[in-house]
Design a protein around this ligand. Structure first.
Ligand code: PA5
Length: 480
């Protein structure tokens, strides 16, 4: 177990030892580990990653490791953070609802922040119970006509019940023209803008380039005098949760931006050593790389034991799949690299997926996420004293039952030579969430180096886009 000062811990017991990764595997990889460490140090200092090119084939910086550090001239500066907080304060006791439009990296981190901070019932609470912050809805993360219609109907009904109803549309798109995001935004904006009693404002979060390089969204923002925030150069979607992309949602719901960035910073500082045994991101990357290379563990299940953290697993799916799922290495040789990510939630999926984890092929690493102390933690009561099986549970806290379930799952897997690991969060807080997300992001950067693949491009998602664009064009001109 590698435990940080904050109490955050990475328990690799079920990845390391006899029948699993052993010391000789790690010493055999020593040269590559040292090179991966040096490459990530170089990235931190210069933003350069060997061989990384942008979509248009030109060298592109990788700057996500700068985001935790708030300083003049950095991507997050004291001024930019103050502006985000002022935006949040302007919504408080003023806006009724926010709709966030975005997909992929322009959505998933926002969902993590919303779920972790707000939980499932935020939008059913009174404004007072929400501390004056608005309701928040997501759209654009699918092109689903029915759900978009439902959302419009819901907002129109709310506006009939309360006039004026103040709605903020936050449109997040780095490229500024993504079909899924923009189609939803256009439909919702058009349906609501002239509705009686509705006051709509729009916020655009996009590439800040001006002039000829301005995105479509940026141009619209300028023409319509919308507030803008930036998706900075050098920050890919899946690494953007610590930039204005994720922090806009944080501001909308009163999530602690300072603590979130402080957690990321603490993790960055804890991951500076070349020795993997003292660097949790490097250790996690090395163990998982070896588990795949030497033991065929090519599937990675991410299984938080917390409903509010299911979105972390969804965010991680994108991070792992887009970063490490690569056809070629940086020499252009076909390697078909990467583990297939799977979302699971404890205890829910112990009644579903666990059957396959336990008895299916030995091709998985199950990564558990445990919260040590819960803010609310009911005791299971002896409500029906005559029911013996139920009274056996009585007196236990729900978190104790949850912990036993996680431990039992890990033990059953380990007894059958199945690999797992546990990330321990002392509490579900902005600080520890920052630590966790940053660790996972840094771990894929290290693994990109170990596997010699570009962890920062995503050429595979261009393949369908090349097919889709002319099809859309043809459809538009067919008059259907
Ligand atoms: O990681 C990525 O690059 C993608 O998932 C993008 O975030 C996603 O396609 C959305 O792109 P955009 O922000 O340009 O709308």
């Amino acid at each position: 177990m590698l435990t940080l000062q904050s109490g955050f811990a990475f328990d690799y017991t079920n990845l390391y030892g006899e029948g699993k990764i052993i010391a000789a595997d790690i010493s055999g990889l020593a040269g590559r580990i040292a090179a991966a460490h040096a490459a990530v140090e170089h990235m931190r200092a210069s933003g350069e990653i060997r061989g990384h090119l942008s979509k248009d084939g030109t060298p592109e910086k990788v700057l996500f490791s700068q985001l935790p550090y708030v300083a003049a001239g950095n991507l997050n500066s004291p001024e930019s953070i103050a502006r985000l907080k002022a935006f949040g304060a302007s919504l408080r006791h003023h806006a009724d609802a926010v709709i966030h439009f975005g997909i992929g990296g322009s959505y998933l981190g926002n969902r993590v922040i919303f779920d972790a901070h707000c939980g499932e019932f935020w939008n059913s609470r009174t404004p007072e119970e929400r501390g004056g912050y608005p309701e928040l809805y997501f759209s654009g993360n699918n092109i689903d006509p029915l759900r978009t219609g439902d959302l419009i109907g819901h907002i129109l009904a709310a506006a009939r019940a309360k006039t004026p109803y103040r709605l903020v549309l936050v449109v997040v798109s780095k490229s500024g023209g993504t079909l899924d995001t923009m189609s939803n935004f256009l439909v919702v904006y058009h349906a609501l803008r002239q509705a009686p009693g509705l006051e709509i404002s729009v916020v655009a979060v996009t590439d800040p380039a001006e002039g000829a390089n301005a995105t479509l969204l940026k141009k619209l923002a300028r023409e319509n005098a919308w507030t803008t925030f930036a998706v900075p150069d050098g920050i890919g979607g899946r690494f953007s949760v610590f930039s204005e992309v994720g922090l806009v949602t944080a501001a909308c719901v009163g999530f602690d931006i300072d603590a979130f960035l402080a957690g990321a910073r603490a993790m960055d500082e804890a991951c500076r050593q070349a020795d993997p045994w003292t660097n949790p991101a490097l250790l996690s990357a090395v163990l998982k790389y070896l588990a795949a290379a030497n033991h065929g563990r090519n599937i990675e299940v991410f299984m938080p034991y917390a409903d509010r953290l299911k979105a972390v697993a969804e965010w991680y799916i994108q991070l792992l799949a887009e970063s490490l799922g690569k056809r070629t290495d940086r020499q252009g040789r076909e390697v078909l690299y990467g583990r297939t990510p799977v979302v699971a939630v404890g205890t829910t999926d112990m009644h579903a997926q666990t059957q396959q984890h336990q008895d299916g092929p030995r091709d998985k690493i199950v990564q558990f996420l445990r919260i040590a102390a819960w803010d609310r933690d009911p005791v299971i009561p002896a409500a029906f004293p005559a029911a013996r099986q139920l009274t056996d549970l009585a007196g236990l806290r729900m978190s104790q039952a949850l912990d036993v379930a996680l431990d039992a799952n890990a033990e059953a897997l380990a007894r059958d030579s199945r690999f797992s690991a546990v990330y321990h969060l002392p509490r579900l807080s902005a600080f520890h969430l920052g630590e966790l997300l940053y660790l996972l992001a840094l771990a894929v950067a290290y693994e990109g180096e170990l596997a010699d693949v570009d962890a920062f491009d995503q050429p595979g998602v261009e393949a369908y886009k090349r097919i889709m664009a002319p099809k859309l064009e043809a459809l538009k001109h067919s008059g259907r």
